[in-house]
Unconditional design. Structure first.
Length: 247
């Protein structure tokens, strides 16, 4: 099935090799977008699968210079999805500053770098979509750096949205806040716990719908925010969490 909701748009997605990034790339391509997909290793297989002139690049999102290099290589782009992220778990008292900085570097600093790149390079009418989390809205124990970084993404997005609107940049900025989604990152982290299967059932039960989400649940939100259908939507937090934050 194919559509035209994103026809003529170039969509740059970080962390695109798997999970939410991969699903978002596939759905955007189905709606006519030309994709630029990046990850720590260039996702060439995904670009080949997407077709339509899709390009793949190696990108460490914490590397400031790399943002400029890719922007120069691809030229005009209309949508940026800051999706790359990492998870970490452990007691706050045992969290090292090095680990804290690693998590916040990928999850927050890189979102700043990407949003700044969009402000410098994106033309009016563009859309920046920052992937946060429900843990950027509500807290959870044992994930201090993750919560802090995702909460930072939420308010960075709002600040950037207001600035872009008030200064006439014509760029929209929004954040998406997934619940627990069946991605490799989530499943690997939960299953690594001593009581992994029991913990997975507990997590599913925290969602009003009683289950984890699927990557496409987030990808469809990305398509909407990337499209002109959301032309009056900026500074918002789109929560896609199966009712997790409603309980």
């Amino acid at each position: 099935m194919s559509g035209t909701r994103l026809a003529g748009k170039t969509v740059w997605i970080t962390g695109a090799a798997s999970g939410l990034g991969r699903a978002s790339a596939i759905r955007c391509a189905e709606e006519g977008a030309r994709l630029v997909v990046t990850d720590l290793e260039a996702p060439d297989d995904l670009a080949a699968e997407l077709g339509g002139g899709a390009k793949a690049f190696q990108q460490d999102v914490t590397d400031e210079a790399r943002w400029d290099e890719i922007a120069a290589a691809i030229g005009e782009f209309h949508v940026l999805v800051n999706n790359a992220g990492v998870a970490d778990r452990g007691p706050l008292a045992e969290t090292t500053l090095e680990r804290w900085r690693f998590v916040t570097g990928v999850n927050l600093d890189a979102v700043f770098l990407g949003t700044r790149t969009a402000f410098r390079k994106m033309k009016p009418g563009g859309s920046v979509i920052n992937i946060s989390s429900i843990l950027g809205i509500v807290g959870n124990a044992m994930v201090p750096a993750y919560c802090a970084s995702k909460g930072g993404v939420r308010l960075l997005s709002k600040s950037a949205a207001v600035e872009a609107a008030q200064t006439g940049l014509g760029i929209r900025v929004n954040s998406i806040h997934p619940g627990y989604i069946e991605t490799p990152m989530v499943m690997d982290n939960v299953r690594a716990m001593p009581d992994g299967n029991e913990r997975l059932a507990q997590i599913a039960g925290k969602h009003a719908m009683g289950r984890l989400g699927e990557p496409d649940d987030i990808a469809y939100a990305v398509v909407y925010l990337a499209s002109d259908e959301s032309r009056f939507v900026t500074g918002t937090e789109t929560v896609v969490d199966g009712g997790y934050t409603a309980l």
